[in-house]
Ligand binder design. Structure first.
Ligand code: ADP
Ligand code: ADP
Length: 232
């Protein structure tokens, strides 16, 4: 099943007289359960593409469907609900609330519409346990290592049972060993069925994904299975 479908996607930025095609002529289908690494030089449109498929930004032209819904036809409220329920976001700098405990950070997306109920609080704890931080729930981000902070961010991204995880340079702020541990976690999550799309400029990270899409000058330069994806 196709979970994200982009046709002839275009995102323009206007800089005074100049028009920049940050993303242009992009046609991509991503299937439920895919594991995609987006790579490409700085300025090639990776972040712009992620912002579009994360419904954080809208295209200038073209069509974009998530789970069969055309984003351009959705209201702001419906888009916010889509972002909150169907998509989990992970960032390079973790983006945790520094004065809140790990558990409070993970509960944050649950506060979106209401105060979390019993089952949901259990779910937040379960997510922290799933990322290996069952014994760190009451720690503040400053009391955690970078890798642990990224695990908290991943738990937060998972708390609403999203079908898609978007990760923009999730290992960009981490050392090699910690990066490997975070990739093992993402690999496990994909094995459980979650669709993962990550941006990276590191070849060793990209090969963890099953499919690599290379951007250049806003367009897709290549789209191929990695060795991981080729494996029987
Ligand atoms: P990448 O993530 O691959 O580094 P970006 O998507 O950030 O690339 O940028 C693609 C192009 O769009 C670049 O030329 C960048 O300068 C431009 N761009 C990105 N965001 C904006 C913006 N908000 N305003 C103007 N230009 C932008
Ligand atoms: P709104 O503009 O309606 O407040 P946002 O775009 O700020 O909506 O966020 C909607 C959802 O997107 C959040 O509930 C969260 O799941 C996700 N999200 C967006 N930005 C972040 C962020 N910096 N950290 C964590 N989650 C985020």
């Amino acid at each position: 099943k196709v979970i994200i479908s982009a046709q002839n996607l275009l995102k323009e930025y206007r800089m005074g007289e100049e028009i920049i095609h940050a993303v242009a002529n992009v046609d991509i289908d991503i299937h439920d359960g895919d594991y995609v690494a987006i790579t490409g030089p700085s300025g090639s449109g990776k972040s712009t593409f992620m912002n579009l498929i994360g419904a954080l930004d809208s295209p200038t032209q073209g069509s974009l469907q998530i789970d069969g819904q055309e984003l351009a036809k959705m209201s702001g409220d419906d888009l916010a609900t889509l972002r909150n329920k169907k998509i989990g976001f992970v960032f390079q700098q973790f983006n945790l609330l520094s004065r809140q405990t790990a558990l409070a950070n993970v509960k944050m997306p649950l506060l979106y519409n209401h105060s979390p109920q019993g089952d949901e609080i259990e779910r937040a704890k379960e997510c922290l346990t799933m990322v290996g931080l069952g014994d760190r729930m009451d720690h503040l981000p400053t009391q955690l290592s970078g890798g642990q902070q990224q695990r908290v961010a991943i738990a937060r991204a998972l708390v609403n049972h999203p079908s898609i995880l978007l990760a923009d340079e999730p290992t960009g702020a981490l050392d090699t060993k910690t990066s490997e541990e975070i990739m093992e976690l993402l690999n496990d999550l994909n094995a459980k069925g979650i669709t993962i799309i990550l941006v990276t400029h590191e070849a060793e990270i990209a090969v963890c994904a099953k499919r690599q899409i290379g951007f250049r000058d806003g367009s897709v330069e290549f789209d191929r299975l990695t060795e991981t994806g080729d494996a029987p």
